[in-house]
Design a protein around this ligand. Sequence first.
Ligand SMILES: CC(=O)N[C@H]1[C@@H](OP(=O)(O)OP(=O)(O)OC[C@H]2O[C@@H](n3ccc(=O)[nH]c3=O)[C@H](O)[C@@H]2O)O[C@H](CO)[C@@H](O)[C@@H]1O[C@H](C)C(=O)N[C@@H](C)C(=O)N[C@H](CCC(=O)O)C(=O)O
Ligand SMILES: Nc1ncnc2c1ncn2[C@@H]1O[C@H](COP(=O)(O)OP(=O)(O)OP(=O)(O)O)[C@@H](O)[C@H]1O
Length: 497
Amino acid sequence: MKLSHLIELLGNNLVEVTNLNGKDPEVNDVVSNSRLLKPGNLFICLQGTSFDSHLLAPELQERGAAALIAEKKIDVDLDIPIIYVKSSRLAEAHLYMEINDHPYKKLTTIGVTGTNGKTTVTTLINHILETFQRKSALVGTVKNVIGDYVSTNPKNTTPGPATLAKYMKMAVEKNLEYFVMEVSSHGLAMHRVDGMRFDVAVLTNVTRDHLDFHASFEDYYRTKLRIFNLLKPVGKAVVNSDNVNIGDIKLPRDKIITYGFGNESDFRMENLEISRTGMYFTVETPFGSKHKVYTRLVGEHNAYNVTATIATMESLNYDTEHILEAISTFSGVPGRFEFVEEATKYGFDVLVDFAHTPDALEKLLKTAKKLSEGRIIIVFGAGGDADKGKRPLMGEIASRFADVVILTSDDPKKEDPEEILNDIEAGISKTKPYLVIPDRREAISVALTLANRQDTVLIAGRGHEDYQAFADYVVAFNDKRVVKEILDTKFRRHAKR
Ligand SMILES: CC(=O)N[C@H]1[C@@H](OP(=O)(O)OP(=O)(O)OC[C@H]2O[C@@H](n3ccc(=O)[nH]c3=O)[C@H](O)[C@@H]2O)O[C@H](CO)[C@@H](O)[C@@H]1O[C@H](C)C(=O)N[C@@H](C)C(=O)N[C@H](CCC(=O)O)C(=O)O
Ligand SMILES: Nc1ncnc2c1ncn2[C@@H]1O[C@H](COP(=O)(O)OP(=O)(O)OP(=O)(O)O)[C@@H](O)[C@H]1O
């Protein structure tokens, strides 16, 4: 394709074009990673979070780039055209979709954003679609599945524009019909999804997280709302109106479908009954029908996730009773409110959960308290290189709801694990027993040893993850596996008779 065609697509992102000299070179591909550059490519330079690829400009020309896109002045003499834009990331998002023939147009696209619940909702939607024998791709934190292509533990929850466009094109080539994806606030802020449009965009909730990246809670909240600028003309917004003020969404009311316990919700929940093995509740639809819902998921937060899913599927014209049948067979996402069944023979419960925000931790603790007849013992930490301000809040919540708190390492990354623990400890009430045991295996072992019959041990923060990342090394670690190993090899307590 001609460079002039790609320039036209930049719209008001375009600032100026230099070095064109009457030429209109042929461009054979678009690329933003220099390691992948081939002669004839249009290269997008951008100021990244750790690297500035504008600095590579002379090398890129030398290696045959047809032209460059830049968002900063390139102060070296080049012969190839330079297209200056306001935002290289925005250009990236649009151009990758263009060269992949806008695959989102051939798919029914569902994007789920929110602080918590994205993986649960996307996985449940995907499960329902599979039950209806619809072919669907799933993209998110735990895995990316596009037909027979599967990648586990992806680098990003929301892939960058190049990978996203590649996945969508793959989905079209594999004759898939749906594309269900998690949309993180980083993804929205970095324009990763700006080149595509959604048939349904879901907002599960916005509570404190990522304030290392976003300037303020307001900025984080507004970033989440940006997903609603990316709807297809037929698109619908599905919103938790108990948490989000729908007046903040700049869409006509008939484009917004709300859900919650509140009286004004379009999909209104009531009569929630929670047990260890699942929940029953009622959902009243905007059409006035009332439905009894059964789900194997546990916790009020999961009632929200299930109802978000019902609203989404209804908006795509699926029959409510069939949706509910499919929901009843969903066993959940690994590492989310997952019991380690091996512990029950000792008379106590062990639960692994991915709660790593104050809100998720509170929801987890409240649910566990409802279900447990004994004490709640919680083992948790906080991830490194991330929002530090949430740490004391998590400490405060843990000591408010749990009987015994054991602070340990989560995923310290480049931070000193002891400092992370100090940050959490600052929020802990000193009137309750708590321990600080940096080694996660040891912390879990102590929690299991302390557990009496009928107690519940919560191991929070790592969920399905099977590693812990430290400054210079990564260790294999999966909470559920470690619990089983400790019970199998070290536990000397008599099993329940
Ligand atoms: C901090 C951050 O978010 N970084 C993301 C960002 O990277 P970046 O573009 O800033 O990368 P960079 O290394 O500075 O490079 C800048 C540019 O130079 C190019 N480059 C770089 C080196 C080189 O030799 N040649 C070259 O051309 C790069 O291709 C890039 O275009 O854009 C990339 C593509 O979109 C992302 O993969 C990458 O995510 C990193 C891996 C990451 O860890 N991000 C986390 C914070 C994140 O995004 N998390 C959310 C989930 C959050 C949650 O809910 O918990 C997510 O959606 O994953
Ligand atoms: N609707 C919800 N409201 C509050 N907390 C929730 C909700 N759904 C799940 N959680 C909590 O968040 C944890 C992670 O759930 P899930 O993986 O579905 O969310 P997520 O948004 O994908 O998280 P992440 O982006 O960090 O991967 C769960 O283990 C649970 O503790």
